[in-house]
Design a binder for this molecule. Structure first.
Ligand SMILES: [Zn+2]
Length: 424
């Protein structure tokens, strides 16, 4: 579906029904299972009904079309758009997004009900799985959010983007402008292949789909249907620094996927903020001056500067996203207050008055009950891992010993010893 290939909806339905049934039967048997597996079963128990509403949401969304721009092509169209077109398309999508509200609310409720049924709550399970406490997370979000806001207030983002920022110059547009505006003469796949080989990872174990299919969604993702044997990286070739960043990120996931060992549960049930450590860690090479210098990049300082700004944009956007998740799931706001709250949060972290209904069009907020904070947590943890690897191995991307060390950390999966490299 996301790869822009044809798919059989009835197969998706029968799989999610079977997964739901099996998960419910284990939960109802009151068999003792570790907490994290219990949460995973609760999620899966809800999967049949979630899938039902989610597929409807995708169908409605796929009909959104303003001129030549539809939902699937919106983000890749943005960098080449004119301001008046961008405004028209943004306003149209936000207006149409109202049609998604009842469906999103339904699948949100299905998850919450499933947790309630088994005496758990979504937020409690999230903190357990991500190995973080609420107050540490809030502190982290506020600190990074402030850094993000500063990049807007100081005009740093505006000066690279090259014009005054309006509400319709939204997150994806700004991210693309910061990264697409500069060409990075780096042969992405061969460069990654070299790192894999130098560090002792088997690049050929990763299946790659870089075809530019019309209905392919977003920039890229990595899935591991059966790690370590079946690991896939799917992306769109959009060029520039943006493509390089996406592909490095996804290959960080792939590196982890092909390094997984042990039982099904060990490989399958891993918190999102653990998974994202390795993708963000690997992606950080794109802002590593030493690495860029070695690759013969002519303008490393500019690349590093743009990557730093893209990070600050991410802090601002994801502070808003994360607080929306937390406010809703802690019961601080109701579903029908989410639009207004998101508008206030965007204003708080970017300084720009933006229609809050936009959250239903964001690829993370509209597709996960809670995921945004995981990126912020992982960012800090990935920074810690980078420091540790650099201290131990210097240019870690060229070292087999560093590869072995990383493999050991990755193989620990959910038992990862975060205190080895992270303060949170
Ligand atoms: Zn990722």
């Amino acid at each position: 579906m996301y790869a822009g290939l044809s798919y059989d909806e009835s197969k998706i339905k029968s799989c999610s029904t079977a997964i739901s049934k099996l998960s419910k039967s284990i939960l109802d048997s009151r068999e003792e299972v570790p907490e994290r597996i219990k949460y995973w079963l609760i999620d899966n128990a809800a999967s049949r009904d979630v899938e039902k509403y989610f597929m409807k949401q995708i169908k409605i969304r796929s009909k959104f079309r303003c001129g030549n721009v539809d939902y699937a092509s919106w983000r890749s169209w943005l960098p080449s758009s004119k301001p008046e077109e961008r405004k028209k398309v943004f306003d149209y999508f936000v207006k149409e997004s109202k049609k998604l509200s009842p469906l999103i609310q339904k699948w949100f409720n299905v998850y919450s009900d499933s947790y309630r049924r088994y005496d758990c709550d979504v937020l409690g399970s999230y903190f357990d799985t991500q190995k973080i406490k609420m107050n540490s997370l809030v502190r982290l979000l506020k600190t990074l959010g402030r850094e993000g806001r500063h990049a807007f207030d100081s005009g740093e983002i505006e000066s690279v983007v090259g014009h005054p920022l309006k509400y319709y110059d939204e997150y994806y547009y700004l991210g693309s402008k910061l990264r697409l505006g500069v060409q990075l003469k780096l042969d992405t796949l061969p460069s990654i292949k070299k790192i894999f080989s130098d560090m002792g990872f088997d690049f050929d174990k990763v299946r790659i789909d870089s075809a530019n299919r019309k209905k392919k969604f977003g920039y890229g993702y990595c899935i591991s249907p059966n790690p370590p044997e079946d690991v896939r990286v799917v992306y769109r070739s959009v060029g520039g620094l943006k493509e390089t960043e996406v592909v490095y990120h996804e290959f960080g996931h792939a590196m982890q996927g092909i390094s997984m060992t042990g039982s099904f549960f060990k490989k399958e049930v891993i918190g999102s903020s653990i998974n994202e450590i390795f993708s963000m860690f690997f992606e950080s090479l794109i802002s590593n001056r030493q690495y860029l210098g070695e690759k013969g990049i002519a303008n490393p300082d500019e690349i590093v500067h743009r990557e730093k700004l893209a990070n600050k944009l991410f802090f601002a956007g994801y502070a808003a996203n994360s607080f929306l998740n937390l406010k809703f799931l802690s019961g601080g706001i109701k579903f029908n207050e989410m639009d207004e709250t998101y508008g206030e949060l965007l204003k708080k972290y970017t300084g720009i008055e933006t229609p809050g209904g936009y959250w239903k069009l964001h690829h993370i907020l509209s597709e996960f009950l809670i995921y945004s904070p995981s990126y912020m947590i992982s960012h800090v943890r990935a920074g810690g891992l980078n420091k540790l690897m650099t201290a131990k191995f210097g240019d870690w991307w060229k070292s087999k010993e560093a590869g072995n060390h990383l493999k050991r950390i990755m193989a620990d999966a959910e038992d990862i010893k975060l205190s080895e490299f992270s303060s949170i």
